[in-house]
Design a protein around this ligand. Sequence first.
Ligand SMILES: *Cc1c(COP(=O)(O)O)cnc(C)c1O
Length: 356
Amino acid sequence: MKVHNFNAGPSILPNEVLYKASKALIDFEGSGMSILEIGHRTAPFMAVMEEARSLVKELMQLEDDFEVLFLQGGATMQFMQIPMNLLENGETAAYIDTGVWSSKAIKEAKLFGYTDVIASSKESNYNHIPKQFTIPQQASYLHITTNNTIYGTQWQSTPESSIPLVADMSSDILSRSMDFNKYSLIYAGVQKNMGAAGATMVAVRKSMLGKVTRKIPSILDYRNHIENGSMLNTPPVFAVYITMLTLRWLKEQGGIPAIEKINDKKAALLYDEIDHNPLFRGTVVKEDRSKMNACFIMDKPEMEEEFIKFCKKEDIVGIKGHRLSGGFRVSMYNALPYESVEVMVEAMKYFSLKKA
Ligand SMILES: *Cc1c(COP(=O)(O)O)cnc(C)c1O
């Protein structure tokens, strides 16, 4: 391990994945060519794509109606591609606003139909997940952001919904057991918890598609990507390869249930320190705390820079909070070892003793 990498995204990847990818960068499976030098329609790459797609289905235990795609344009493109494909002109989609990413999704949906923001935690600087809301039965879908990367909140359970559920899971995908089959569309930029920047995973139920009357440009129509096995045009070859290796790694660890246990332990260790160390204070309500991104501040903000410098000496990187929320954000994605959290907690303890 080089450093303790708490970056929010792009973020830490398993060492084994980086090692294998570095070899494939020079010679992919003994072909005498780099993974970057082979055609995407060659058998070896098609196998990579198929394995990545089927591992997502397997690890998330998705029903047969789901199709898994690896697209470009980031999670941000899904903010518009989802309403373009699912929201009929003049109809309404329901959204719950839990932070920057949700509000961006809402803004884009307005280009295609009506939006009904049925709950928002904006008034309290997004420090919690709204609990009181009524889902409008006539809405085309309900969109939630399961983990709010910037503010550090996370839905603890899937809301009961009789209308199709759509979720941005960019920052907690594959980190915890959930009934993914309660959703109709799940998407995630892969660069946080499942791979390298450049690809976005979309898992969509085929039964959701083909219902809108608007003309959809070919490249933006999910049906075309499905028909072409996520190879409508040149896919982000290297990003998909890294994702496939990361999915293989996750399966070897024992899949989602096994990684969830470690993620729970990591989060418990860090939050316990935040709650007991007199210098630090969590910024979101306890019951909605994210196990992926822990946000906290210091009562004496003038000490924050000093703490970050101190951490740097301990090889702790990536803990500065987002500019909108300030303080610190410690991201604990799947690939982050438990030991890194131990080092972080030791640093907090030591710094606090030094200042006492
Ligand atoms: C990072 C992030 C995004 C944006 O992802 P891009 O791939 O950069 O477009 C969207 N939603 C959430 C929850 C994120 O964490």
